[in-house]
Design a protein around this ligand. Structure first.
Ligand code: K7E
Ligand code: CUA
Length: 621
């Protein structure tokens, strides 16, 4: 063997080993990735027969609906219609929900807030704001039905709510757009004088499931973003971020970003409550209106870095944190320092009768993680950390509230607006999960054409380092959500049988029809697998009316069994609604088309569901 052959053999062996090494290293990498994926998958796998630990109650943005998810599986469980009709369940078709919605056909639901007791979600009701049409709604979490809705006068989109005070004394809704009171005409040249930024303070009577507008606060024509109520030591207060303190009336993207500082407004609702009780307000379009110029000692402001987005109160209630949006930093303010400045009347300025507290003396620190851009909102865990969504740099930044030290950063896919942490708005967050609610998914999912879905990232925050677990597509828009432990929500299994309930019929043989002039009232029942409209008639499941009659179908579902929901559709009449077990609902319409129209159950309820039908006969005039 000559040297040349020896060398080439050695070279061959080395090359072979190298190839083998690279091959096995690669295999190893694949193995690691596979085992990492497996451990992530195990974290969110909910075996058949078990349930998710949390509910995520997510606003559906401009769909006007509420989406219910299970966490950690991220499975969507239900859509609850709130501000928008829902043909599938007949929401907006039956009389009660139709009257509640009025003539509105859409809403823009931004921020859900679960009712609270002592600063903790109590799981009884969920409140919703409609930026599109100036409404507030309540969803009863024992039935997941929308039970009340109130229109808010003098508002231009109650965007910066809803958030609730510690014991749901008030549901606060600051406006987004300044507008003349009652929306009357006023030239944009008179913006500063005629336009107002109104805050609504609503109350909710849990017993009667009813809103009331307690009072409104008339602020300067600033715009507000999602705000928060104080907790514990700060529980008498609400804090609100403002932007467009420039009073720009056109090209806001440039003109509303001129000032280096906007404001956070602090309102003592306890003081205002007393003043309203003493009659110290003006009546404006049916609302009790508070003017800051007449209420010294209740409304203050502190400057904040330009065009802030959200402001959030820490779980212990000692601080409020503003997110910079245009100034890429979070500013931590101290309630204690704010209270001291108020106490000592240490004001640096006054605007529209609102004393301005000196920034340097109320601010505790500015947190400015390098390269983190576009902070929008803050969530919290149980270990003194804050989590900020960064819209522009597409990430969540975890930092220590006490020191401002940045602990970890994790990318999101992409551009998160809000994030929701488990029990994250309470005095006692769980520190387990955070869900980034992203505005853009790019091409993370199968393409469905030019418009892509939005997305949500599930992130495990139980350790020191955050761990991205998965991304899921979502209908527009994953705006904001609250994540509440399943033990706090106690849905009923059926609507309780109530013999005294108006329009209800509980026995087949009691089903009957009453005619009053041109009104026809059908007091009927739905059960597996028939409708009974008139027990004494030859054909108990047929109703004959005259063309032009006003028809009322009062239908009670007498199947007192969980999940036996019946639908009620009238073929060719564009009408459908449902009755859940034990529920009575009314459908009201004018039979303005003569003819023969089959009625059928639209919700598959039994093996004889297909047979659950009848007829509406409309005799020609
Ligand atoms: Cu929820 Cu500006 Cu509507 Cu932030 S607010 S994303
Ligand atoms: Cu009742 Cu199908």
């Amino acid at each position: 063997m000559n040297l040349k052959r020896i060398l080439s053999a050695v070279f061959g062996i080395i090359a072979g080993l190298l190839v083998a090494f690279v091959f096995f290293a690669d295999l190893n990498k694949d193995d690691n990735a596979a085992s990492e994926n497996k451990s992530k998958a195990e974290k969110v796998y909910v075996p058949y027969g078990e349930l998710d630990e949390y509910y995520m109650l997510a606003s559906g943005g401009h769909s006007g609906q509420l989406f219910v998810y299970g966490i950690p599986s991220m499975r969507k469980i239900r859509t609850v219609p709130v501000f928008t009709p829902d043909p599938a369940t007949g929401y907006g078709y039956d009389k009660a929900s139709k009257e509640m919605l009025g003539d509105y056909t859409w809403g823009d639901f931004h921020h859900p807030a679960v009712s609270e007791t002592e600063g903790d979600y109590d799981g009884e009701f969920l409140f919703a704001n409609d930026v599109g049409n100036n409404r507030v709604a309540a969803v009863d979490l024992s039935t997941f039905h929308t039970v009340d809705m109130m229109s808010l006068p003098n508002m231009g989109g109650p965007h910066a709510g809803v958030f609730v005070t510690e014991n749901t004394e008030y549901i606060a809704l600051p406006t987004r757009f300044a507008r003349p009171l009652a929306g009357e005409y006023a030239s944009l040249d008179d913006y500063e004088k005629e336009y107002k930024g109104v805050v609504s303070m609503a109350t909710f009577d849990r017993e009667n499931k009813e809103f009331d507008l307690a009072y409104q606060i008339m602020l300067p024509p600033w715009s507000y973003d999602l705000s928060d109520a104080g907790k514990k030591m700060s529980s008498d207060w609400i804090v609100m971020t403002t932007y467009n303190t420039e009073f720009a009336t056109t090209n806001l993207e440039i003109n509303a970003s001129q000032n280096d500082r906007d404001y956070i407004v602090l309102v003592n609702w306890k003081v205002l409550e007393k003043e309203v009780a003493e009659g110290n307000y003006n009546e404006v379009n049916g609302a009790k209106m508070i003017d800051p110029r007449d209420h010294k000692g209740a409304i203050f402001a502190v400057p904040v870095a330009k065009s802030p987005h959200g402001v959030d109160v820490t779980p212990d209630g000692t601080r409020f944190i503003a997110s910079g949006k245009l100034a890429p930093l979070m500013t931590v303010f101290s309630f204690e320092k704010a209270f001291a400045a108020i106490e000592n009347e240490n004001f640096s300025d006054e605007k529209f009768g609102i004393p301005i507290l000196p920034y340097e003396e109320v601010m505790e620190r500015e947190v400015d993680p390098p390269g983190a851009l576009g902070p929008l909102h803050t969530q919290f865990d149980d270990k003194g950390h804050a989590y900020n969504t960064m819209f522009i740099s597409s990430e969540i930044v975890k930092w220590k509230i006490d020191t401002g030290e940045v602990i970890d950063r994790i990318p999101t896919y992409y551009s998160p607006g809000h994030a929701a942490a488990a029990e994250g708005d309470t005095v006692d967050p769980d520190g387990k999960w955070i869900v980034a609610l992203n505005k853009i998914a790019k091409d993370n999912f199968l393409s469905v054409g030019p418009s892509h879905p939005e997305s949500m990232d599930l992130i495990d925050i139980s350790g020191e380092k955050m761990e991205h677990i998965m991304a899921v597509p979502v209908d527009p828009e994953p705006h904001y959500a609250q994540i509440i432990h399943r033990d706090k929500i106690n849905p009923v299994k059926i609507y309780e049988k109530d013999e005294k309930r108006e329009n209800a019929v509980w026995k087949q043989e009691d089903a009957h029809i009453e005619r009053k002039g041109d009104e026809v009232h059908v007091y009927g029942i739905a059960m597996r697998s028939r409708f009974v409209f008139d027990a004494k008639a030859d054909r108990p499941d047929a109703v004959t009316v005259k063309e032009g009659d006003r028809v009322f179908f009062h239908i009670t579902n007498i199947d007192l069994d969980q999940d036996i929901t019946h639908g009620f559709g009238i073929n060719d009449y564009d009408l459908n609604f449902e009755v859940q077990p034990g529920q009575t609902s009314t459908l009201e319409f004018v039979a303005d088309k003569a003819g023969t129209y089959p009625i059928y159950c639209t919700n598959f309820c039994s093996a004889l569901h297909q047979e659950m039908s009848g007829y509406l006969l409309v005799e020609p005039k």
